[in-house]
Ligand binder design. Structure first.
Ligand SMILES: Nc1ncnc2c1ncn2[C@@H]1O[C@H](COP(=O)(O)OP(=O)(O)O)[C@@H](O)[C@H]1O
Ligand SMILES: [Mg+2]
Length: 486
């Protein structure tokens, strides 16, 4: 943004400040109030930001951790009203979909296990995926849908239904990217197979040492690629030629991990030609697709697009601030004048999040903090507490917040604006932070803290991108604020 435009922004600010509010803004004890014109005019320029610096502190997103976090916080199905797209290997064959689990003609003990988990009917993706996975002769399947839509439950059911317990050898292999995710799958299989005690399960994970050459009898083996490869080739405790169902879960996470792609392919090579191949992924980038096509010949493909998020029901504002103290004061003003059910506040760095959290607590707020150094389990616990309303404010960095459902949150504050590595507006993250899914998404407010010309430019980019106005808000002007935010 040009200097003149920034000046115009500041002029506008001065006009409103002086018209409606002759005095200095209301401030919190010991904290400077929001940016005022006097200061701006005197210092003339606002600080420039070095956005590259912002990235240094934060970790890169760890896909496997993210996936595990999703597992821990998603206790139920993720709503998705989109239509499933199905690409059949043989387009002339009839397309089966089921609306009930009965239609699948499962063993009664297995059906009981499904109902015992509280599943009443198949999820969107399961409606199509289950008949395909259970079809005779077997069909290969590639399925993609966001986390929480029922993929793991679907292939767990397929594995349990597939095995013949009288055959005392391994019939299903399931590869998962990490130890923790493998255990998660195993828990589902165990729970669903609760009334089928004759079906046995083993975990091929690091530390599970086995005797060489003696074949194991477990019907289903779930594990990480390295250990599974060892079990098949080095220890020869699984006869890969006898495997009749091969499942690759979280393929996108898998191939993002060094070495896992090749190990998976080496296991795959040992399987017999007629082994049924099933691959699941939350995303379908080019690299995932190429991998999928390589390991799953002649597949049926099922895709379920994520429900679009919109800004339709969100009122968006920005507040001019100079430094973090101003942002904090603005935040306190917002809180002082609005009835806010729950709020989420985004900071760019852990350090900023910790600073803000400490100050909010000092002001008497009950605050939850999500931070990069926390374990996945700790994060899940914090999110759970926030969800149940034990804390009304959640302070987080972007890396930590992915996957958190914001539907219940009435105020989202971008304490720092979302920017990409090149320092441009990160529109996707912006939408993800404040957008709501579904046509009847609840109303909400988004407040953006603008602390430099650079960040004002980001706001303009976001406005242009979404073609929706972001209104200036003077948090020191109570009357105006109440009017705007009502
Ligand atoms: N048909 C269903 N009905 C109700 N809940 C389901 C159903 N299928 C799965 N779930 C639940 O939804 C959540 C997500 O399922 P999961 O299979 O882990 O999804 P994904 O593998 O796509 O992430 C889990 O808590 C699971 O128990
Ligand atoms: Mg899954």
């Amino acid at each position: 943004m040009s200097e003149e435009l920034w000046d115009r922004v500041l002029d506008a600010q001065e006009a409103t400040s002086s018209a409606s509010q002759p005095d200095f803004p209301r401030t919190m004890a010991g904290v400077r109030g929001p940016l005022t014109m006097k200061e701006d005019v005197n210092s003339n320029v606002l600080p420039e930001k070095d956005f590259a610096d912002l990235w240094k502190e934060e970790d890169k997103v760890d896909l496997a951790k993210q996936s595990l976090l999703n597992k821990l916080i998603h206790r139920s199905l993720v709503r998705n009203r989109n239509q499933v797209e199905v690409l059949q290997r043989d387009p002339t064959s009839p397309l089966y979909s089921v609306k009930t689990f009965e239609e699948l003609r499962l063993k009664p003990e297995l059906l009981r296990g499904v109902y015992d988990m509280g599943f009443n009917r198949p999820s969107r993706i399961q409606e199509n995926a289950l008949p395909m996975m259970l079809a005779q002769p077997p069909q290969n399947l590639i399925a993609q849908s966001q986390s929480g839509t029922g993929k793991t439950a679907a292939f767990s059911l397929a594995m349990l239904s597939h095995v013949n317990p009288d055959n005392k050898w391994t019939q299903c292999l399931c590869i998962s990217p990490t130890y923790e995710l493998a255990l998660q799958i195993g828990q589902v299989v165990e729970q669903m197979g609760k009334f089928c005690p004759e079906v046995k399960l083993a975990y091929a994970i690091r530390g599970n040492r086995m005797e060489r050459g003696k074949k194991i009898q477990e019907h289903i083996v779930i594990g990480t690629p390295g250990t599974l490869l060892d079990w098949c080739s080095k220890y020869k405790i699984i006869d890969a030629k006898k495997i009749t169902m091969f499942v690759l879960d979280e393929a996108d996470v898998m191939i993002a991990t060094q070495g896992h792609r090749d190990q998976s392919i080496r296991i795959h090579r040992q399987l017999s030609q007629d082994c049924q191949m099933l691959l699941f992924s939350a995303t379908f980038e080019e690299s995932v697709l190429r991998f999928a096509e390589h390991v799953v010949p002649d597949p049926n493909v099922i895709k379920l697009r994520r429900e679009e998020e919109t800004l339709e029901t969100i009122k968006q504002f920005y507040v001019l601030c100079r430094e973090k103290e101003d942002k904090f004061a603005a935040l306190c003003n917002l809180y002082g004048s609005l009835t806010i059910a729950q709020a989420m506040i985004f900071c760019h760095t852990r350090k900023m999040a910790a600073w803000l959290c400490a100050h909010l607590i000092h002001e008497g707020h009950q605050v939850a903090l999500l931070s990069g150094e926390m374990t996945v389990e700790e994060r899940a616990a914090v999110i759970e507490r926030f969800r149940s309303g034990k804390e009304k404010v959640l302070v987080t960095t972007n890396v930590c917040s992915r996957g958190i459902d914001v539907e219940q949150v009435s105020l989202v504050v971008n304490f720092d604006l979302p920017v990409d590595m090149d320092g441009n507006a990160d529109n996707e993250t912006y939408l993800h932070r404040i957008g709501r899914t579904g046509r009847f998404g609840r109303r909400g407010f988004a407040v953006n803290m603008v602390d430099s010309k650079y960040s004002m430019d980001i706001i303009n980019q976001i406005e242009t991108h979404f073609n929706r106005r972001i209104t200036k808000l003077d948090t020191s002007n109570l009357e105006e604020m109440e009017k705007l935010m009502s």
